[in-house]
Design a protein around this ligand. Structure first.
Ligand code: BYC
Length: 470
């Protein structure tokens, strides 16, 4: 087990103290990060005590410490999972060769790009969620939001450590730019589409943590396979933290669904809206929006970029060891493509299909969550069922970008699509309604009317606990 230096100005398990130049560079970046956090992090709560977990070890059992902390004092640190003995490159043209402990010259630009893209999403999500605390439905949810936010901040640290350590001056410049871009800003937007979309209500937040954080899980799993070992080790530890974020999303939506079902029961006309709840159709629209924005994050269906990442051993498939053929040179992957204006099924050389392979695994994982929500509906004797829309619907990247497909995957005329779009994706009226429900509930143990209570609190504490001292 590696030694953790928790007392250092930057907590770390990478012996930062023994590399004075790197330490100095990161200590110079640190105040800029804090300035960014104070400016763009959660608005209105920076001086409050929040009951948060902080990573203090990379040991699977007991890696976190829980205590009250004011967010700007959070101990953001650099933690890499322990090295795996005798690890070799697990896929691609260099399979079986020793892993890289430094960046191979020929892959320097590509690796930097992947790391910058990953890094950019982390502060982006904090920016997107900046105002949500002001309308939190309970102290429990407020605390979960901040937990997610501080850990996204730590994930930024993880990528900045790689940039500073392995990419010299270019890396330091990229690390600065990670603090300069702004989610949703037309002049200096964040790199990937979904990270510029607004999150201005808690249903969006739960959908984001369900669907967009889950893209994070799959991208991190693919990067954890990387032959560049520092990237593999840092993403392996990030995955430990990521699980809670997806829990917040999946259980958050489940609690919305459960509450809507309750309100439908008490209303004489079965109308959740009349009781101040969020109708199931409106929940489905938010699902459609965030699932499809997140599908875009996997890149094009057929991608020579993805093929070359795989060939070089830089980015694999999620859980590469569960596949048999790690070269993927001769295989093909069946997917739907457009030919002469119609959708057809066809085989694509496997390496070029790696984005789609990852997207399909992701879609299966999302389906498991949707099944859980549907189970709640079945238990409540409600006939409505949620469904993931077709991968062709509402896409902005890849083969189906900006094409008028319906949620069940049929190609429509543009006019028909435009007429029906508001039935499928939240329109202004939906957004106004959901926003109208967002009022802060700050008394311990209380919760907003539109949301159900969780089954339990955090780390054995009750829901009623004062998770944030206001
Ligand atoms: N938006 O071959 P293509 C997370 C660009 S989330 C805008 O299709 P490739 C988190 C692409 O860059 C996980 N542009 O794509 C979640 C390329 O540009 P160039 C984040 C896009 O390279 C919640 C062009 O289109 N991690 O951690 O195979 C909270 C065509 O390239 C988009 C990563 O993404 C888009 N959606 O794959 C907090 C991992 N998609 O070359 C955190 C690192 C594609 O023409 N990134 N483009 O200039 C990657 O592995 C790859 O860059 C991508 C794209 C999978 C994103």
């Amino acid at each position: 087990m590696s030694n953790i230096d928790l007392e250092a100005r930057i907590p770390n398990n990478v012996s930062l103290g023994s590399d004075k130049k790197l330490q100095r560079a990161l200590e110079e970046w640190q105040p800029n990060y804090i300035a960014w956090w104070k400016d763009m992090g959660p608005a209105g709560f920076q001086e409050k005590d929040v009951w948060l977990r902080t990573a203090i070890s990379v040991d699977a059992d007991g890696w976190a410490n829980f205590d009250y902390v004011q967010m700007p004092d959070y101990r953001w640190g650099i933690f890499l999972a322990d090295p795996m003995p005798n690890r070799t490159i697990g896929f691609g043209d260099n399979i079986g060769a020793p892993i890289w402990d430094v960046v191979p010259g020929e892959h320097r630009n590509t690796l930097r790009r992947l790391i910058v893209t990953q890094g950019d999403t982390e502060p982006a999500s904090v920016e997107q969620q900046r105002l949500l605390g002001l309308t939190a439905p309970s102290l429990y949810d407020l605390r979960n939001l901040f937990q997610v936010n501080v850990e996204e901040g730590r994930h930024l640290w993880a990528m900045v450590y790689l940039l500073h350590s392995y990419f010299g001056r270019d890396g330091r410049e990229e690390a600065e730019e990670l603090l300069q871009r702004r989610s949703g800003n037309a002049d200096k937007p964040r790199i990937l589409g979904a990270f510029n979309a607004p999150i201005d209500n808690w249903l969006d937040f739960f959908m984001f943590t369900m669907f967009t954080d889950r893209d994070g899980k799959y991208q991190l799993l693919a990067l954890a396979e990387s032959g560049f070992d520092p990237l593999s080790r840092t993403t392996r530890f990030m995955l430990t933290e990521e699980a809670h974020h997806m829990f917040v999303g999946e259980s958050g939506v489940e609690r919305v669904v459960a509450r809507t079902a309750e309100l439908m029961k008490v209303d004489p006309n079965g109308d959740a809206r009349a009781q101040g709840g969020i109708p199931l159709e409106m929940i489905q629209k938010h699902l459609n929006l965030w699932y499809t924005l997140s599908l875009d994050l996997f890149g094009s269906e057929i991608s020579s970029n993805a093929a070359s990442y795989f060939a070089a051993g830089l980015k694999g498939r999620a859980k590469e060891s569960t596949y048999e053929d790690h070269k993927a040179l001769d295989g093909t992957y069946r997917m739907s493509l457009m030919k002469d204006g119609a959708v057809v099924e066809d085989d694509v050389p496997l390496r070029n299909a790696m984005n789609e392979v990852l997207r399909d695994e992701y879609a299966d994982d999302c389906q498991r969550g949707v099944d859980r929500w549907n189970k709640r509906l079945a238990e409540a004797d409600i006939a409505f069922r949620f469904a993931l829309p077709s991968k062709r619907f509402h896409r902005h990247i890849g083969l189906y970008a900006n094409m008028p497909f319906s949620p069940d995957g049929r190609l429509l005329s543009r006019a028909e699509y435009d007429k029906l779009k508001d039935k499928w994706i939240p329109g202004e009226a939906d957004r106004d309604y959901v926003r109208s429900l967002m009022h802060p509930v700050t008394e311990p143990g209380k919760i907003a009317n539109w949301l159900g209570k969780p089954k339990s609190g955090i780390k054995g504490l009750p829901f009623e606990y004062e998770y944030v001292r206001l």
